[in-house]
Design a protein. Structure first.
Length: 561
């Protein structure tokens, strides 16, 4: 029996079913199997979120989970421990290539999620849910791998919404391929001076090329540097840049003379930048990298952006993050220049929900691993899961995880309602924004805390690089930072409450199932807070924002489960 159990250690376990504990006697094993705790449900992503899925999703995601258990987990571990990507900038003849190299098994793992439908299912109908569900399963097994899928979605959606007919015809069929050979997307906003204040710190300049009678499409050339560029090597990226001059309502900027061109985010626009040039434009930019123009891939396509180097990261090693140089890079405007900041925020909304999903999945994984260890590790004569303190901690963390799951699902459902909106947005969009700021902030914090606690449960083993516990903590550390730091979530959440009264919509949603007294207290705390001076409002937002996030998660868990 113990052999069978070992082989199926990661198989799904239904409510109250016995879990394999090959180190224990039958009596001990039976004592642990207490149905009321329902802790076993966290050991499989399918078991934990099955109640949210329809039959087709159960089938698709069940197969995906089985693949991860059979093959993906080993590949993921190899990539994390030994397969960190590297960059080959030149070929042997000195031609610039900028190739990202991974072990072959990496591409197999990456393709699996694309094949399963991380992108094409989103392009098929009006719903983005399957994308986020696939992301959930992916991140349970490899949190970094969620990144290529989410940035590819965040590239595909703006093309669907704002792309010209030419851009749609050129990019969408490749991004939406079903056989795993997709073109990948990427979202590059951040520059070296900082990512929180894009309005001040994006210095990449976009210059419009005068249109000729032959060129059907409006073409721009981008010059600048992106300091954090994840999924670098992608076939097409969305890139924030500052149009050089306007006539379009955007303030003129002299990039070279003014290091802080304008603090107005409305000076930004969003562009599509393909990996290879079309060759429409002359390529003699004053700031070009010497020799870079005469570059080519084996089939003689010229690189359109350059990878300066790859980052050496503590986690998310299954996505390459690099520094990108844009040198007269051919680019296509998305939407119009006045809407740039809205388009950037819309794409951030998509990846913030991805971050929420990744955080809850990683939190589940940390709890699952802690349980697995606690069931098998003996101290003071019994498995540590049966020590009252540890058992209580597990139950409390399961409860927090369920609340986080409810918050996550609400963010996904609201996004599904509003993702196709364009400015001016509806009230539901502003409600979605508030829920997303609360959820991004709170679930990322939970993931870090659970990953740290999992390490504690593993004791000394938790700190050793040869086991998984330290990996989950490394992977978790990025979750509060990318897609906007906790400060950003709090301040943007404050803004949407102040300007759009989004908290009132939130309280109305929660009223049917929230504790009435608690609701009254938090509602009046928020109102009192909003009456403070600007300085005090910002300075004191943390406590109330955290309490509001926890209250929302609690109420949603009561209402939806
Ligand atoms: C591994 C990795 C991959 C990434 N991939 C991408 C990518 O693909 N594309 C992309 O565009 N970006 C990417 N980023 C960048 C990421 O989005 C930024 O790191 C993040 O937005 C924060 O920006 P920053 O690091 O420049 O910090 P800064 O903006 O310099 O902020 C520093 C600190 O100041 C705080 N702060 C700023 N303003 C305020 C305020 N008003 N009040 C209080 N505190 C404030 C911040 O919260 C933060 O704690 C990546 C980052 C990492 C680490």
């Amino acid at each position: 029996m113990s052999e069978t159990c070992r082989a199926s250690e990661w198989q799904s376990h239904g409510r109250g079913t016995a879990y394999c504990l090959s180190l224990l006697s039958t009596t001990e094993w039976l004592q642990i199997n207490i149905p009321t705790m329902d802790l076993n449900s966290v050991k499989s992503p399918l078991n934990f979120i099955q109640h949210l899925l329809d039959d087709e999703a159960v089938q698709v995601l069940g197969n995906y989970e089985s693949w991860w258990q059979a093959e993906g987990m080993a590949i993921s571990e190899t990539v994390d421990r030994a397969g960190t990507p590297w960059l080959r900038m030149f070929d042997e003849l000195g031609r610039r290539r900028d190739e990202i190299l991974f072990p072959n098994c990496y591409w197999q793992m990456l393709r699996k999620g694309y094949e399963t439908g991380a992108i094409w299912r989103a392009g098929e109908g009006r719903s983005l849910k399957m994308h986020y569900l696939i992301d959930y399963f992916t991140c349970f097994f490899d949190p970094g791998l969620g990144c290529p899928y989410i940035v590819s979605l965040s590239t595909t959606v703006p093309i669907i919404k704002y792309g010209s007919p030419e851009a749609k015809a050129r990019f969408l069929p490749h991004l939406l391929r079903r056989d795993g050979t997709n073109w990948q997307g990427a979202t590059w906003m951040t520059e070296i001076k900082g990512g929180s204040d894009l309005g001040s710190n994006v210095e990449t300049v976009a210059r419009k090329v005068p249109q000729t009678s032959q060129s059907a499409e409006e073409l721009w050339l981008l010059n600048g540097d992106k300091y954090f560029a994840s999924n670098v090597g992608a076939e097409v990226a969305i890139v924030a840049a500052r149009p050089e001059q306007s006539g379009t309502g955007v303030r003129p900027v002299d990039h070279l003379q003014d290091a802080r061109p304008t603090s107005s985010p409305h000076g930004l626009a969003l562009f599509l930048v393909p990996r290879y040039r079309d060759g429409h434009a002359a390529t003699s930019a004053p700031g070009s990298v010497p020799g870079a123009i005469a570059t080519g891939s084996p089939d003689n396509r010229q690189l359109n952006y350059f990878i300066r180097r790859l980052k050496n990261k503590i986690g998310t090693r299954s996505v390459p993050t690099g520094e990108v140089e844009l040198r007269d890079s051919e680019a296509y405007l998305l939407g119009n220049t006045e809407w740039g900041i809205y388009l950037i925020l819309e794409s951030l909304n998509l990846s913030r929900v991805g971050n929420i999903v990744g955080s809850v999945a990683l939190a589940q994984r940390a709890l699952a691993d802690a349980l697995r260890f606690a069931e098998a590790r003996i101290a003071f004569g019994k498995p540590i899961i049966r020590q009252p303190l540890l058992r209580r901690q597990c139950e409390q963390r399961l409860e927090e995880l369920r609340q986080a799951r409810a918050l996550m699902w609400t963010a996904i459902e609201l996004l599904d309602e509003v993702w196709s909106e364009t400015p001016r947005y509806s009230d539901r969009y502003h409600l979605f924004r508030l829920v997303t700021h609360l959820a991004k902030y709170w679930t990322a914090e939970l993931a870090v805390q659970l990953a740290k606690w999992n390490m504690e449960v593993h004791g000394g083993m938790g700190v050793l690089a040869e086991y998984a516990a330290e990996r989950w903590l490394r992977e978790a550390m990025i979750l509060p930072i990318w897609e906007g730091t906790p400060h950003r979530q709090m301040l943007d959440g404050l803004e949407v409450m102040e300007r759009k009264r989004a908290h009132e919509m939130l309280f109305a949603e929660l009223a049917p199932f929230a504790d009435k007294e608690e609701l009254k207290v938090i509602a009046s705390r928020v109102e009192r807070h909003l009456r403070l001076s600007s300085e005090e409002k910002e300075a004191g937002i943390e406590d109330i924002f955290r309490d509001l996030a926890r209250f929302t998660a609690r109420a949603l868990a009561k209402g939806t489960e």
